[in-house]
Design a binder for this molecule. Sequence first.
Ligand SMILES: [Zn+2]
Length: 187
Amino acid sequence: MEHPTLEAVCGPMFAGKTSKLIDRIDQAQRSGVPVVACRPAADTRSDPDALTAHDGLRRPAIVVAHAGEIPGLGSAPGGLVVIDEAHFFGDGLIDPVRLLLRRGVSVVVGGVDTDHRGRPFPPFPWLLCEADRVVKVRGVCADCGGPSARSHRLSADESALAVGGAESYRALCRGCFDRATASRALH
Ligand SMILES: [Zn+2]
């Protein structure tokens, strides 16, 4: 009988989430576990067919336009599906992940857990409740060097899913984020 697990790897941008997912892929492959890695087409920043970490590590990945495609990517009971940049899927990821778990497939989901205003970023409120294991990654605050916890957007774009890299976002600790966003309403 399979006992699949759900793991969430989350935190602000530039904190090493994709490196953690690559660790999970490598661990599974060393153990002979079949792995499928995927990422959303909506994230246009990196190589379309790979998970790419900021340290340059990359592993092949399938690009999906919609979360509903993920259960059909060829995962088998006892296998592992790794999903990066989950915040691009929103709560549309919930049913596909549940379906995989019911099939006996373990799932590791990575992504940004709070948006540019510091609000919970779907599907993480759900994921953090249902996950068997939660890994909160922290990087370095761009202002004070403390532990980064939020992704501060440098532009005035107010859409929750504005795609961008280091030119558009800085990772900040809670205090520096609060000061940087104090001029904007937080609701
Ligand atoms: Zn700081």
